[in-house]
Structures are given as structure tokens and as C-alpha cells.
Design a protein around this ligand. Structure first.
Ligand SMILES: C[S@@+](CC[C@H](N)C(=O)[O-])C[C@H]1O[C@@H](n2cnc3c(N)ncnc32)[C@H](O)[C@@H]1O
Length: 189
């Protein structure tokens, strides 16, 4: 399995970048598409794809524009409102469910691609990050790709006036320390 983080200097492992650029900007797709091409993972219509913490489901819908099969796309979120929105905005054959990433009701080795966009930063506790990694590791295929798109150390600078964010004390990942790499989900290692 290969783990990609968007924005990492070494480019092989995913790292974090700010919310604006990452979650809702086309540039993330440039990196995701490049990664798929480099790894020769271009048969999107055949892949099972999971986005835990899918929010409004934008990432999954975009993948269907790249020919992913809606029936093979699975979105999960603890927020019922988010899942209701996904169902409203997405093709009816896409699969959405309310639930936690810590309680994935999928068989082992199910997914070819997992996208975690803004999910890792929901957890401040190291144990939660380990649990999250373990949960993803179980359901991703050995040759699957895990994309982690998240905030990094630039986030507080960019959003320093955002009081809500500062109060929440979001966890972010330090690309220089390679923190995210150390908690990567890697079936080989
Ligand atoms: C920052 S939003 C990102 C939404 C979407 N992935 C995107 O990129 O636009 C994080 C999402 O993770 C969800 N979430 C938080 N904890 C979760 C958990 N334990 N299991 C599943 N989803 C969770 C939240 O409800 C929220 O919708």
C-alpha cells in the first residue's frame, strides 16, 4: 500500500497543507491525479473508494467525474446532516452512511483507494490517530492507496484570526518532523 500526503516535500508521503488549498481547491486534484498516473492506478471505474469523514461528499463526486463508478464509492461521516447533504447532492447509487471511522462495517482488504480529507486533524489524541490508522489499515487492500489531505503547520498563520479554529486547537502535522509519516498506515512495514 502506498500512502500519499499532499504537500510533503518528499512527495511520496502525504503531508498536510492548509484547509483552503486542500479541501476545496482544484490543486489537490492535480496531486491526486498525478499520484494515480505515477502508480498506474488509472482504472478508476473498477476501484472501491472510501472517504471516511466525507462531509458533503465533494471528493467522491469529483472522482465520479474521473470515471469512478458511483456504486463503488462509499462515504461515511458521524454527522447525519453531512450524510443527508451527500445523499441530496450525489448520484443515488453512491453509498453514504452515518457512522464513525472507528467502527467501519467493511470486510478486511476492501478498498483500493481511501481519501482522508480533513479527518486526521479532527483528532488531537495520539491514541485516536493510532486507532484511525489501524481502522484504515484493516479495510484497505495491500496495493491500495491512502490519500491524506490535511492541515499543516502553516494553518495557524494563515488562519490566525479565526477564533473558532484557534479555540478548537486543531491538531496539525509538522512536515519537517515527518509526524504523519510516522503514523502512516503501511501494511508492508
Ligand atoms: C474538516 S471536515 C472534512 C470534510 C470533507 N472530507 C472535505 O474534505 O470537505 C471533517 C469531517 O470528518 C467528520 N468526522 C469527524 N470525526 C469522525 C469520525 N470519527 N468518523 C467519521 N467522520 C468523522 C466530521 O463530521 C466532518 O464532516
Amino acid at each position: 500500500m502506498v500512502t500519499f500526503t499532499y504537500g510533503h516535500e518528499k512527495s511520496r508521503f502525504l503531508d498536510a497543507i492548509d484547509l483552503y488549498r486542500c479541501f476545496n481547491n482544484y490543486r489537490i486534484w492535480k496531486y491526486i491525479i498525478a499520484a494515480l498516473l505515477v502508480l498506474n492506478k488509472t482504472q478508476l471505474s473498477e476501484y472501491k473508494i472510501l472517504e471516511p469523514g466525507c462531509g458533503g461528499g465533494e471528493k467522491l463526486r469529483f472522482l465520479t467525474e474521473l470515471r469512478a463508478n458511483p456504486e463503488n464509492c462509499y462515504g461515511l461521516d458521524t454527522s447525519k446532516r453531512a450524510i443527508d447533504l451527500c445523499k441530496y447532492l450525489s448520484p443515488s447509487t453512491m453509498n453514504f452512511q452515518v457512522g464513525s471511522v472507528f467502527d467501519l462495517a467493511f470486510e478486511n482488504n476492501t478498498f483500493d483507494i481511501i481519501i482522508c480529507s480533513g479527518l486526521f486533524s479532527c483528532f488531537n489524541d495520539d491514541n485516536d490517530i493510532k486507532r484511525l490508522s489501524k481502522a484504515l489499515k484493516r479495510v484497505i487492500k495491500d496495493d491500495g492507496i491512502l490519500f491524506i489531505v490535511d492541515i499543516n503547520e502553516n494553518f495557524p498563520i494563515i488562519y490566525e484570526k479565526n477564533e473558532v479554529t484557534m479555540q478548537k486547537k486543531l491538531r496539525y502535522f509538522d512536515s519537517k518532523k515527518g509526524e504523519l509519516v510516522s503514523c502512516q498506515v503501511n501494511k508492508v512495514g
